[in-house]
Every structure is written in structure tokens, then in C-alpha cells.
Design a protein around this ligand. Structure first.
Ligand SMILES: Nc1nc2c(ncn2[C@@H]2O[C@H](COP(=O)(O)OP(=O)(O)O)[C@@H](O)[C@H]2O)c(=O)[nH]1
Ligand SMILES: [Mg+2]
Length: 230
């Protein structure tokens, strides 16, 4: 089986070597043929140069570059370019060999695998503020978008035919791209499996949670409008 891992990166000069090293260990744990694509956009540091260097050491590593900083835009480009049977989203500080194993073990009827921090058996060791934010965000998705998925953020794997069917239609960018992708897949009737995960912050969060709140609410509303007019 071939798995294409997509990793959005932005200003990761200080962390990239460590992250790619960790991802190398993760992919060594599975039998699959795995390629990893760093999708960089808008970095103002030496992320891209370091990535080029790492690509010299690792034949399975590649990079795509886009002009403007956009987490979701990076996922979109990476997923649409991916050639594996599964497209997997990892962050440079959030990846797991165990998750890749869970993806390989998914039944043929499963189209999307989500590492849910709220699935039974999960161990979410992040701060209580982050855990609460995850719960509230999920409640909003339930009420406003009628989603039954327990956690749309984080590691996920999407089969190629689902990427081909929905990835280009997603209107959200930034950190809501993958949420909308999952909800579109759910609405289209694709089978979504949630698997438990252990999450521990590997570094200080760089994005302010508070600043994200108004942007997220506006974004969820935009998704609702887009899905209604579809
Ligand atoms: N391509 C791209 N990647 C981004 C952008 N912002 C964040 N990332 C990447 O997204 C991942 C998660 O970012 P991080 O700062 O750890 O976010 P947090 O864990 O939510 O605080 C990392 O791999 C970042 O390098 C962006 O504007 N463009
Ligand atoms: Mg992070």
C-alpha cells in the first residue's frame, strides 16, 4: 500500500530537522510505501533551505512551495498532488507511526480515518484550555453543521477517491480547511472511522487560541452557507 503524507510547514527552521526525524521514525514503523511532502508557504526564515538539505538525505521526502502563508491552502495543494491510496495529514510537531498503522488496518469500507482526541481510549494530555476549546468547537460543529464527527482537527487520512471528490470544493482556508473537508466527506456519505490517540504538546503552542475564536466562528458560518448553497 502507498501512503502520501502531507505536512504543512511555515517558519519551521528551528524545528524542521527534529520534526522530519520524528516522521522518519514514524514511517519506519509501517510496512507501507510512504512518501512525505512538506508544503511550505510564506516562510520568512530558512525553512525551505533546510527542507532541501533534508531532501538530500531522505529519498521519500519532497517539498511544494506556494507564495502566501495558508495552512489550509497547503493541505489542499498537498492532498490534490498526492498519489498514494491514502493522503495523510500530519503537522511537523504532531505525527504518529501508530496512526499510520491504524490507517493500514482500516477496512476497505472506511474512506476517512480521524485520530480523534475525544474517541473512547484517547488520552489528551494538552492543557485544560485546549481540551475545552476542542469540546466547544465540536459542539458548535454539531449544532451549526449537524456533524457527528467527534474531532475534526489533527491527524487524518483520506482515501484518494474522496480527495478527488471533495478536496477542490472546500471553500475554507487556514485552520478550517480540513474541518470542512471532513464535513463534506461526512455529508457525501463516506465512511468515517475515528481512532483513539494520545496527544501531548511537543512544544509551546504558537497560535493564540483567543485570536482564533472570532475567525473560527465566522469560518463555521461560511461553511454553513457554502454547504447550503451546494
Ligand atoms: N504551509 C503552512 N503551514 C503552516 C502555516 N501555519 C502553521 N503551519 C504548520 O501547521 C502545523 C501546525 O502549526 P503549529 O504552529 O504547531 O500550530 P498549533 O499546534 O495549532 O499551535 C505546523 O506544521 C506548522 O508549520 C501556514 O501558514 N502555512
Ligand atoms: Mg503544534
Amino acid at each position: 500500500m502507498r501512503i502520501s503524507v502531507v505536512v504543512p510547514v511555515h517558519n519551521e527552521a528551528d524545528y524542521l530537522r527534529r520534526g522530519v526525524g520524528g516522521i522518519a521514525d514514524a514511517i519506519a514503523q509501517v510496512e507501507a510505501e510512504v512518501d512525505v511532502c512538506l508544503v511550505e508557504n510564506g516562510s520568512t526564515d530558512t525553512t525551505a533551505q533546510i527542507a532541501e538539505e533534508l531532501m538530500g538525505d531522505h529519498p521519500w521526502l519532497s517539498m511544494l512551495r506556494l507564495p502566501d502563508p495558508d495552512y489550509g491552502g497547503a493541505i489542499r495543494t498537498g492532498f490534490l498532488a498526492a498519489e498514494g491510496e491514502w493522503s495523510v495529514l500530519f503537522d511537523i510537531d504532531y505525527y504518529s507511526g501508530h496512526f499510520l498503522q491504524q490507517v493500514m488496518e482500516a477496512g476497505t469500507d472506511v474512506d476517512v480515518v480521524i485520530a480523534s482526541k475525544r474517541a473512547p481510549g484517547s488520552d489528551d494530555r494538552r492543557s485544560w484550555v485546549r481540551r475545552l476549546a476542542t469540546r466547544v468547537f465540536n459542539l458548535i460543529l454539531r449544532v451549526i453543521l449537524q456533524s457527528g464527527v467527534s474531532d475534526t482537527h489533527g491527524m487524518k487520512a483520506v482515501r484518494k477517491h474522496v480527495v478527488d471528490a471533495v478536496a477542490a470544493d472546500v471553500v475554507s482556508r487556514q485552520d478550517l480547511y480540513d474541518t470542512e473537508l471532513v464535513i463534506r466527506a461526512e455529508r457525501a456519505g463516506y465512511r468515517i472511522a475515528e481512532v483513539p490517540v494520545t496527544v501531548e504538546e511537543q512544544r509551546e503552542a504558537r497560535s493564540s487560541l483567543l485570536k482564533r475564536v472570532p475567525r473560527t466562528l465566522r469560518g463555521v458560518w461560511r461553511i454553513r452557507r457554502a454547504l447550503r448553497s451546494a
